[in-house]
Design a protein. Sequence first.
Length: 398
Amino acid sequence: MNQLLTPYVTERALGLLDGPRWRPLEDALATFVADLRARPVDEEAGEDAAARTYLLRLATAGLLEWVVPAAYGGAELEEGHAGGLSSTAICLIRQWLARESGALDTAFVMQGLGSYPLALAASEPLRRYVLPRVASGATVCAFALTEPEAGSDVKNLRTTATAADGGVVLEGTKCFISNAGLADSYVVFAREAGEGKPRFSAFFVAGDSPGLSVIRTRVLAPHPIGTVKLERVFVPDAHRVGEPGAGLKLALGNLDVFRVSVGAAALGLADRALTETVGHLKRRVQFGKPLAEQQGLQFALADLATEQLAAQLLVYRAAAARDAGHATSEMAAMAKMHATESAQRAIDRAVQSFGGLGVTVGQVPERLYREIRALRIYEGATEVQKLVIARALLDERG
């Protein structure tokens, strides 16, 4: 394969990743992808069924272990990984998986995003009950933060947690929740009822809790997502996650861990777009010669390849810094912003290069075009990442 199209070549060349160290994981991913191509999952048969199938196959391959700390059935890590997870490993996995399927990538990352708050702050009995089941694929996870009036502005949460005998009662609505209706385990963030300064807290809620209902939503790239309604949902004290009032810190800390991996998923989509574009330009003949010989198209490819390698540097720099415990907020923001925006451009070029086939349902560029769009929005829209970067720069400069 052309080296420019080989994932991670930039990191190896510049020493940001230790090739031998990550070789076993890459070998496992290569085996997983080969098996997936030999026995593809029929995503058209149903979003929920496809997600559960993907989870079981990810678990069998040992890949879900990378989103759970070792003490609870997760992957054993070398010392020096902050928080018990390896951002580098999660990024590697997402880049590989996103090349194959956005639904597959989502199934993987939601196990981490939906369970890591428990690893950080839940009671020990709750951790030992839930987290091994996350690694085995037996429990499907969801992260319930976003609300109709609280997207980027998370302090505007309106879901309430009212004290009750032995716990709290949750009332409110969450929207755009991945795995809604499929999840067995939700981490729900709510405003604690009471006087004075608002306090936000986190709670573990079982998917079959009385009063919890789901309305499914259809988005561009089909995957399980929807609105979660909480009507007098009782949560016992043992299912509180973290201290009262620590919910926003927990939510933002969780997002900080996984935000850079959104950039890695974008890398995977762009990897696939570049591969498909190069192959098509070599095969497609117009005006008596392959499109690949058109200088204008060559210039476009050069720009895209350079942007893609720059995006890889940003993503894996942020992941390595997070693993070492010295990441700063703008690192993940830069990685997420640049990787998703440059992937959008790479995929748009793939669609343009394919012409009519590029917008034909069933063709890879058309699928990629639908899958990339959401990545520029969730876990902080591009505009929010720009604010984070600018504020870090202004604070540093005084």
